[in-house]
Each structure stands twice: as structure tokens, then as C-alpha cells.
Design a protein around this ligand. Sequence first.
Ligand code: GDP
Length: 178
Amino acid sequence: MGRSNVGKSSLINMLTGVQIARVSKTPGRTRVLNLFRVENRWVLGDFPGYGFARVSKKERDDWRDLVKSYLTAENFQYAVHIVDARHPGLEADLQLQEWLQAGGIPSVIVLNKADKLNQKERADADRKARTAFSRQPLLFASSTTKEGKRELEKTLQNLTQEKKGAALRSKPHTPSNN
Ligand code: GDP
């Protein structure tokens, strides 16, 4: 999950090693939820992006409703929240975290496009992200340099293993629309 153009499809392609998700040249183009079955064990969802200024209020509301409907789905176990490493802590990203936390969905923050940062910018981004997302594990990634691939793979592997055979999880109710 993440804002439009943050690199969701590119990271899915990096992780799976196959060009399965469509990388868009036009920001805000992916407006459907694509689900990919991986190794017949788990399903990866490429959520439509949010935070793109040119979308209508109706589209924003549709996005919120889609996310909130997933918060209560039994098999929505974990969110990989992709954030632009150059802009950690944007309002739309904080809002998504609020919904995820209210829905009891654990998440990891992936600071993507890390290749665009120099050393100082990276240290600043790290500090800002730790303040904005103090409760989530953080990792830097780049589908251009493949940074973060192993770490993200490990995180997802641990997770899918933990969940293997786990009883259905009970979740709190969806948070109210705000
Ligand atoms: P999505 O809308 O979140 O699915 O983003 P896409 O995967 O379609 O990527 C949007 C644009 O960002 C494309 O032009 C990608 O080539 C570019 N992009 C994605 N990931 C990275 C990255 O890690 N580094 C750089 N420099 N560009 C990236």
C-alpha cells in the first residue's frame, strides 16, 4: 500500500523477480486492487495508490472504503506500507497508519526510492521516519538498486511462516470514517 507513484508495482516485480505488476508512467493510474498468488502460499495485494492531488473526492472516498473493507477481511494479515524515502510523514501516509492500527493490522514501513538520497538526506529521512512511524519496523529500499530486497523477503517469509496453521485471527471493528 502507498501513495500513487511511490513504487508499489516496481517493488512487487523486484520481490517476485517477474514483471507481474504494471509499472505506470502516469501517476495515479493504477486504480484497481490487483491480487497476486505467490508460491501458492500467500496472496500479495497491489492496492491502488492514494494521495494523488488530481483525483476527485469520490475517488478518494472509494479508496478509503476499499481499505476499510479490507481491514476486516480475515485474510488481510499484514501491510507493507511503501513511503517515498524523500518525504516521510506526509498526511496521507499518517492517515493510512491510523486506519491500519485501528484495524489491528501490523505493518512494515518501506522507505522506497532510497537511491535518490545522498548520505545526509538518508540520515534525515531515517530520523523523520522514526518520529512519524515510531511503532513500525522500517527499512530502506530501491527497486532501481535492489536495496532492501533480502530484508523485505525475510520479513515476508517470517510472516507467512508465523501465519501458517494459525487460527483465524479476530480483529477489532473497522474504525469510523474520518
Ligand atoms: P506505483 O504507482 O506505486 O505502483 O509506482 P510504480 O511502481 O508504477 O513506479 C512509479 C515510477 O517510479 C516509475 O517511473 C518507476 O520506474 C519509478 N520507481 C519505482 N521505484 C523506484 C525506485 O526505487 N527508485 C527510482 N529512482 N525510481 C523508482
